[in-house]
Every structure is written in C-alpha cells, then in structure tokens.
Design a protein around this ligand. Structure first.
Ligand code: ATP
Ligand code: MG
Length: 650
C-alpha cells in the first residue's frame, strides 16, 4: 500500500484559494448548517429572482424528492456568458484546439454571446420551444458548446450523445427522451479519421421511427465538407440557419428546478440511465467545485480533456468554467495523434495551467514511454487532475513525477454522472496527497461506509460507499422513470444515496475507492476490491494495463482471473505468467494470487475509456453467449479476441 504522504507544495500553499484550516472550517459549517452554507454560496451565480428557500430534500424511500433553491429563477447561459461581458468581454472564453495541430481558434466571451444567441434563435426559428429535448450529436468543436448554451438560453433540455456512439445507441437515446430535434455535423474528425455523424444520424432516425419517435429537424454543422444527404424540409445547414437568425436573444427566465439536461450514463454496469439534472443547484455546484477543486484563478488557461458527451465535459469544460469566467480549452483530437506528445504540446502551445484527464489516458501515455513527455516544456502547468476510474498508484506517481515534475498537486476527483459534480477530492492548497486516494469530501458531502446490511461503519474500515444527505448538484430523477431512480439509488440502503462503489477509509479519514461493489471478489471468504489486484499488476514494469474479475472456483468460491495488457514491445510467455503471479503474491499476499492470467492486446472499454468488467466477468465464467448490452463498447473487436483466447474452458 502506498500510504506515503505528499504534502502541499510550498508554492501552491502560498497561492491557493483554500488552505487546510479554511477547508476544515468550511466543511464543518457545510455539515452543521447546510441551509446557511448554501444560502451563502448560492449567491456565487446571478439570480433573476433570488431564492428564499434553500434545501428541500428527502431521501425517504417512500418519497424521494430533491429540490434546491426552488423559488429562485435564473438563466444558465446568462450566467456563463452575459454576466461576464462587462468585465471580460474580450477575454478568451474558449480555446479550441483542432484534431490537426495547425487548427485552433480563440473565442471571446463577446463572440460566444453572439454565436450562442444566433443559434438559440435558429433553434426557435426551427420550432424548438422551452422544455423540448434537443439531441446534440457533435464532435468536439465549439458548436457543441454553443448548442448546449443555446438550449440553456431558451430553456430547451439538451441530451448529448457522444460522437463515437453508433446509430443504434443514438436511436435508443432519441427514443428514450422523445427528442424531435437533433444537431449534428457532416463528419467528425479524430486522430485523422473521419466519423460519419450525419450518416449515423440518418440511420438512427430510421431506427427510432420504428418505435414511433419522430425527428422534425436536424441542424447540420459543416465540419469536414464531406458528402452528406440533406433531407428536404427536415435537414438544415447550421451556417445558413445562424446567418438568418437574429443575434438578439433575451435569456429565458427559468426556475431553479427546471431541467437543464439529460445525460445517459456511460453504461459500464448495464443499460444507460437518463440522468436528469436541473438548473440552479447544478450550476452553483459545478461552478463552486470547478473553482475550489482546481484552485482556478483569474486569467488562467484550464483544460479538461474529456468529451462533452460525458458529464465531465458538461460540468468541467462548459458549465463550471464558463460560469466562473474561466478560459476553457476544448480539444477535438486524441492523446496519441499525431504522436503521444500531443497533450503536452497543446499544454505548451496554449500555456495551460490546469490539466484534467482520465487514468486510461495516463496509462496509455505511460506505456508509450516518458521521452514523449520530457521533450516538452510543461512549465505552465500548476495543477493536474484525474477522473473516471480509480487511478492506480503506479500511474499516479508517473503523472506526478514525470508530467508534473513533482511540482503540481494531483486532484483525484471521485464523482459520477449522477452527482453532477465532484464529491470526494483533494483541494490543491489544503490536502496532503496519497497516490490512489480521492482523499476527503468536498463541502456539503457526507460520505459514509456501510456494511451489506446498511450499518454505518466507523473509523478505518472498508465497505459500500453511500452519501448521507443531498447536495445541490445531485441528479433529480431518471428521465421519465422516477421509480427507477428510487430503486437504483435509494432502495439498497434506505434513507441514503447508494453510489454503487466500494470504498476504504484509512486512519487519516482518507477515502479510497476500491471499484464498483459488483466487482468485489470473494476468495475463500476474503473480500477483495479488484482495484487493489489491478494496481499490483500494473506496478510490474512489463504491464501496461490490467483488469481483474472473479469467476466460480470449486475450492475457493471465487478465483481471480486477470486480463493483462503488456507494455509496447513486451512478449507474452508462460514464464511471464508465472512471474506475474509471484509478483502479486509478493505485493499483496498469497490470497490475491491470480489463478488465471490472460494476455490481451486490448481490453473492452466504454467509449469514455472505462474497462467494462461486466463483459470480462462473463468471459472469465466461460459464459460469453450472453454479454448483455454491448452498445457502449468502444471497439467490439476486442471482445472476439478475448473469447478466442479465454483461459477458463469448461
Ligand atoms: P454506469 O453507471 O452506466 O454503469 P459509469 O458508472 O461508468 O456507468 P459514470 O457516471 O461516468 O458512469 O462513472 C462514475 C463511476 O466512475 C463511479 O461510480 C466510479 O466507479 C468511477 N470513478 C469516477 N471517478 C473516479 C475516481 N476518481 N476514483 C475512482 N473511481 C472513479
Ligand atoms: Mg455508474
């Protein structure tokens, strides 16, 4: 176990917004009197009509209801754009970095205001009204942010579908929220490859029509100029629609609890859920976490590498940063194109101070070798962040030592689509770090660890992670299915929000996410998080990635099945298999020795880069005929190889 403490670097401590004493005091206040705390911090955004009520929430299983600032009114787009015009109209709001390193653009708040207003009017001209659902199926181009903000401006509810999803996945999401409007592009461009977004959209509309879902209008951005068919009366070019629209669009007055967006979860564990977020509480929480977690300070360039198709892109590329008047970087490409130096070249080019990415990217770049990092400068970097999966200590230390040159604190941020914003995280100026730990709760968050029966466990312990009370950014319902919301999150442990994640709390009160509760394995009566075994494997110099699952074992109950991807240039061998078993035995103990190791050129991942253990479990059980919903797989081909080379054959 890496329990080594990394204290706050001196330079960070001096400059940071929040130090440890302030963190402790504010945290205490947020728990002692949530109403007073959020009444105060709710004021960080502009309200048209101020709220008089703050918190009105019930986790009671029979009556789950979550409302924040309910009698206040506001507009999210006005908060992200209009209110900055006077003081920072000419400041860059969005830096766009294209797939091709030669393509980039700076968009000021004033330009953003005009473009969003025009698009908002173009939406209206095409029949979009307050409350309508608009599906956004776009690549990472500024128009994606314009579309989100244009919806928010007129009170339409956006549902973003990641541009890497197939026509079927798109169709499911269109049907589920009955969205009659789509905005897409002719083609996307990622890593030099074209993605046929418009053709996918056409197919999706056909599929959705079989279920009775009708799409009235499709607005099409010309990104590559590739060939597309435009259907008369239905399809409209973006550039024509905005040119014809007025640049004057007063923001709609929305109530705090009006829906802002629907976003389908990434589907690591099952069928995606339409997570619904509302307006006031979401924005307060996204903005506040963005400022404090990343210690964002005026005029800094902030870069989150996520796609706007994920919640991270919603809260930490668009809404949080822009509400704070930050300069946010939006990247169209991928980490390894044209070379694995790309991230760091972009950091140098735009003088990025704060950089936020996912463990999957860090591990991939680590596999490519540190030369790609070291040949870049990176002196502008001040803070690093991680999100999406547990980051194994090995990758954490590489990120810290090689990328950040031991100068930049890493904020390992734990949260979910459902939570709207970050819940457990270090604050750069306040928290001494431990590699692999998300550390401590953000203001207003009350994590608890409970056993299988729901009994709260005290002190240093391990179990299931629940949150005892609501916070403003929490999802309000599963779109169109409140019962599913209640069943999924509030029925396992009555009166508490169940995260679905396993967690350990150490003697310092630090939280360590051990993976999803479904992924816990039980070997001869010992319960073990898969993350721990994976971390041990990845710590081996020849291993680049590992995924561990349980499978039925006649003696132990469950055996440990490890899928291992090797570093570039390493060859699989029986010898290496044995060596890895011995290695894990030494690192953790005999109980954790893998029973079966399968070398895999690639692992099944969601489009957001998370390992889909659900599928690996089936293959390990030799029960791969029914893999369940695979629509969110990034590369379905990976699965065939895994099945072919499976180690457990009945
Ligand atoms: P689905 O809910 O559809 O199965 P998903 O859980 O992968 O998909 P997200 O909401 O994108 O969808 O991911 C949230 C989950 O990601 C968390 O519950 C947790 O398991 C994992 N996670 C996110 N950030 C971290 C982190 N910093 N450390 C550990 N785990 C993390
Ligand atoms: Mg989840």
């Amino acid at each position: 176990m890496h329990d080594e403490l990394y204290p706050v670097p001196e330079a960070t401590a001096k400059a940071a917004l929040i130090d440890n004493d302030k963190y402790l005091a504010m945290y205490q206040q947020s728990i002692d009197d949530p109403n007073a705390f959020w009444a105060e911090h709710g004021k960080r955004i502009d309200w048209i009509k101020p709220y008089s009520k703050v918190k009105n929430t019930s986790y009671d299983y029979h009556n789950v209801s979550i409302k924040w600032f309910e009698d206040g009114t506001l507009n999210v787009a006005a908060n992200c754009i209009d209110r900055h015009l006077e003081t920072r109209g000419d400041q860059t709001a969005i830096i766009w970095e294209g797939d091709d390193p030669a393509d980039d653009e700076h968009i000021t708040f004033r330009q953003l205001h005009e473009r969003v207003s025009r698009l908002a009017n173009a939406f209206k001209d095409n029949g979009v009204k307050k409350g309508d659902r608009v599906t956004i199926y776009l690549p990472m181009i500024p128009e994606a942010a314009y579309a989100m903000l244009a919806c928010a401006r007129i009170g339409a509810v956006h549902s973003i579908v990641f541009g890497g999803f197939s026509p079927d996945s798109l169709a499911n999401r269109i049907e589920d929220c009955r969205s009659s409007f789509i905005i897409t592009a002719d083609e996307g461009l990622r890593g030099g490859r074209k993605v046929p977004l418009k053709a996918n959209t056409d197919k999706a509309i056909e599929v959705a029509a079989r279920d009775g879902a009708v799409v009235d209008k499709v607005i099409v951005v010309k990104r590559t100029g590739g060939d597309v068919t435009m259907k008369d009366g239905r399809d409209v070019w973006y550039h024509e629609a905005v040119a014809a629209a007025s640049p004057d669009c007063p923001p709609e007055e929305m109530s705090a609890e009006d829906p802002l967006f629907i976003l389908y979860t990434s589907g690591s564990t099952g069928k995606p859920k339409g997570v619904m977020h509302t307006t006031g509480g979401y924005l307060v929480y996204a903005a506040m976490t963005h400022e404090y977690v990343f210690d964002y300070q005026d005029a800094e360039v902030y870069w989150c590498t996520a796609d706007v198709g994920w919640v991270t892109g919603h809260s930490y590329i668009v809404y949080g940063p822009l509400a704070n008047g930050a300069t946010t970087l939006m990247f169209e490409g991928v980490p390894n194109y044209p070379s694995p130096s790309r991230f760091w070249e972009v950091v140098d080019k735009h003088k990025v101070s704060i950089f936020y990415t996912a463990p999957t990217a860090i591990r991939a770049l680590m596999g490519a070798g540190e030369d790609y990092v070291k040949k870049t400068d990176r002196s502008s970097l001040r803070i690093l962040g991680s999100v999406g999966e547990p980051i194994n200590p090995e990758a954490w230390i590489w990120y810290y030592d090689v990328v950040g040159e031991k100068r930049c604190p890493i904020v390992d941020t734990w949260w979910q689509t459902e939570t709207g914003g970050i819940l457990i995280t270090p604050l750069p100026g306040a928290t001494a770090l431990k590699p692999g730990s998300a550390t401590r709760p953000f203001f207003g968050i009350q994590p608890q660890i409970v056993d299988a029966e729901g009994k709260e466990l005290e002190g240093a312990t391990e179990g299931n992670l629940v949150i005892a009370d609501s916070w403003p950014g929490q999802m309000r319902t599963v779109y169109g299915d409140h019962e599913r919301f209640v069943q999924t999150y509030f029925s396992t442990y009555k009166g508490k929000y169940f995260t679905g994640d396993g967690c350990r709390r150490d003697a310092d009160g630090y939280y360590w996410i051990t993976g999803r509760v479904d992924d816990v394995i039980n070997v001869s009566g010992h319960r073990m998080g898969t993350a721990e075994v994976e971390s041990a494997l990845v710590a081996h110099p020849k291993v680049s990635e590992a995924a561990v699952v349980g499978y039925p074992h006649s003696l132990k109950g469950q055996g440990i099945y490890a899928y291992v991807t090797l570093m570039e240039g390493e060859e699989p061998s029986e010898e290496l298999q044995k060596e890895l078993v011995k290695w894990v035995r030494n690192e953790i103990g005999p109980i954790a020795s893998p029973d079966l190791i399968q070398f895999a050129p690639g692992l099944p991942k969601t489009r957001s880069g998370k390992i889909m253990r659900r599928i690996l479990r089936k293959i390990a059980e030799d029960a791969f005929e029914n893999l369940g919903d695979t629509s969110t797989l990034a590369d379905p081909g990976v699965v065939d190889d895994l099945i072919e080379n499976r180690q457990n054959r009945a």
